[in-house]
Design a protein around this ligand. Structure first.
Ligand code: ADP
Length: 372
């Protein structure tokens, strides 16, 4: 089957006077597994429903395989959608649920039987064909919902929070299954989730949506390492944010002043080109780093004020800690700003105590500067 692209060009949508999607531009490559990630109410489902044809856009264009389908009714779009609650027919067997779309399309009997058999095999449910949805586990129901959608061989597969009804262990297992199935089928797939771990572990690329606006698009690594703004930084993982002001802007580096008087020199590559362009001396910024990029060391007088070019070293006090097995997350108060530090736990090691005086060490190469 031909793999197709999906493109949103300047797409906007309102419910009454409320703008829900604002100028969305996205290009999803043929065969890609693409996640739409955002908090509840950010517009993810609305965008998915728009692609299916259940919602209509106010302005813009929606293209599949380069053809504008904005005016094509839902039933002619050749797009399959798996709903959050699976929407299986409870009074029909697994076989009949899966066959339903083919019966509707008047597929000949022999071909229908073959396709249902093939798809049930693909999702590992051959032995469950005569059961009813109520006799299946959550994971099995989810596979029936997938089978029922892919049996009609859609050009594009849309998944609306497909794993949210499953418990945590099953979710982890099913996301690998889902990805393996998508790879076997090669169908361009758009997957909506509010769970950043789910998006990061499965997606080829993802878009972060906030209040109907696409904040950033990229691979999981791009978004984690180079978030474009504070929202993406906080939504994709945890981020330390220290308030600072810009003291000096030079060709290849800038100097910032942290609260408490400490200065820090970072390469201009730590700043996005658009922010760098707008940056002025005296501007307020955030000095950001992931908790695992900061380390803790014993408090010593000799290391006080010893910030070097390559590292920011600050004294602090442990105010709380969470032992998580493989690591401990410390919350350290440094000059009235709280810093999270993730330390890998070694066998037999005693974690720092609450109220312990420590030094945090942040290599400047790990710093990103973001707008406040
Ligand atoms: P998400 O899927 O990210 O949780 P939705 O796309 O469901 O977000 O909703 C986006 C916004 O649109 C929310 O503020 C929601 O309240 C609003 N909304 C969704 N459906 C309707 C509707 N039928 N009428 C009016 N507002 C709606």
């Amino acid at each position: 089957m031909k793999k197709v692209s999906v493109e949103c060009r300047d797409v906007s949508l309102s419910y009454g006077a409320t703008d829900v999607l604002k100028n969305i531009n996205l290009t999803i490559a043929p065969g890609e597994f693409f996640a739409l990630l955002g908090p509840s109410g950010s517009g993810k489902s609305t965008l998915l429903r728009l692609i299916t044809g259940f919602n209509s856009l106010k302005t813009g264009q929606l293209l599949v395989d380069g053809l504008d389908i904005s005016q094509v009714p839902a039933w002619q779009r050749d797009i399959g959608m798996v709903f959050q609650n699976y929407a299986l027919w409870p009074h029909m067997t697994v076989w009949d649920n899966v066959a339903f779309g083919l019966v509707e399309r008047r597929v000949a009997r022999a071909a229908l039987r073959q396709r249902v058999q093939d798809v049930l095999e693909l999702v590992g449910l051959t032995d469950y064909a005569q059961r009813y949805p109520g006799q299946l586990s959550g994971g099995q129901q989810q596979r029936v919902a997938l089978a029922r959608t892919v049996v009609i061989e859609p050009k594009v597969l849309l998944l609306d929070e497909p794993l949210s009804n499953l418990d945590k262990n099953l979710r982890t297992q099913m996301r690998q299954e889902l990805l393996a199935l998508q790879r076997r089928l090669g169908i361009t797939t758009i997957f909506v989730t509010h769970d950043q771990e789910e998006a990061m572990t499965t997606a080829d690329r993802m878009a972060v949506l906030h209040q109907g606006v696409v904040q950033q698009v990229g691979t999981p690594v791009d978004l984690f390492d180079t978030p474009i703004n504070r929202f993406v930084a906080e939504f994709v993982g945890s981020m330390n944010k220290l308030n600072a002001t810009v003291q000096e802007i030079l060709a290849d580096h800038l100097v910032v002043n942290l609260i408490g008087g400490m200065t820090c020199t970072v390469a201009t590559t730590a700043v996005s080109p658009s922010l760098l362009n707008a940056l002025r001396v005296g501007a307020s910024v955030l000095v950001c780093a992931r908790p695992h990029q900061v380390s803790l060391q014993q408090h010593t007088q000799s290391s006080l004020g010893a910030s070097q070019v390559s590292s920011l070293v600050l004294p602090g006090t442990v105010v709380a800690k969470e032992f998580m097995g493989q690591q401990t997350r410390y919350f350290v108060l440094c000059n009235s700003q709280q810093v999270m530090v993730d330390q890998t736990h070694q066998l037999g090691e005693t974690p720092y105590a609450v109220n312990a005086h420590v030094m945090i060490n942040l290599p400047t190469s790990n710093i990103k500067i973001l707008d406040i």
